[in-house]
Ligand binder design. Structure first.
Ligand code: SF4
Length: 124
């Protein structure tokens, strides 16, 4: 049995989650069905949306923010953060562009979340 806070909404119900065997999971403490889904997923295959910044080739805008387009399995998060520290984005860059497609076969893409101009052009 494990207890953790549901982060599916700001209320933050304290969930009690128990593996019953054969993939069956009992969730209590949730005020709504979303909490049951969150509790089950967190117990069986925890995932997180990852946000980070990546270096650019610009002195004016040295970093650009990125995020995954879907939650990534938690086991891959440390690897992704490490891979992002080794990347360099060449400006100009457009918000919504895919920086990494299908990260390690997870089906999760890493997207740029900001538009930045080329070096020497100021932002509006
Ligand atoms: S169980 Fe429902 S009400 Fe409670 S924190 Fe999760 S989403 Fe919000």
């Amino acid at each position: 049995m494990t207890e953790f806070v549901c982060i599916a909404c700001p209320i933050g119900c304290m969930l009690t989650v128990e593996l019953k065997g054969e993939g069956e999971v009992s969730v209590t403490g949730n005020r709504c069905p979303k909490g049951a889904v969150y509790g089950r997923d967190e117990m069986i295959s925890p995932t997180r949306v990852v946000t980070a910044v990546v270096r650019t080739d610009s002195q004016a805008f040295p970093y650009i923010p990125v995020r995954t387009d879907k939650p990534l399995p938690r086991a891959l998060i440390t690897d992704l953060i490490g891979d992002l520290t080794r990347l360099l984005v060449r400006l100009p860059a457009k918000r919504g562009s895919v920086l990494i497609e299908d990260y390690r076969g997870s089906g999760v893409n890493v997207m740029l979340t900001r538009t930045l101009p080329p070096e020497g052009v100021s932002r509006e």
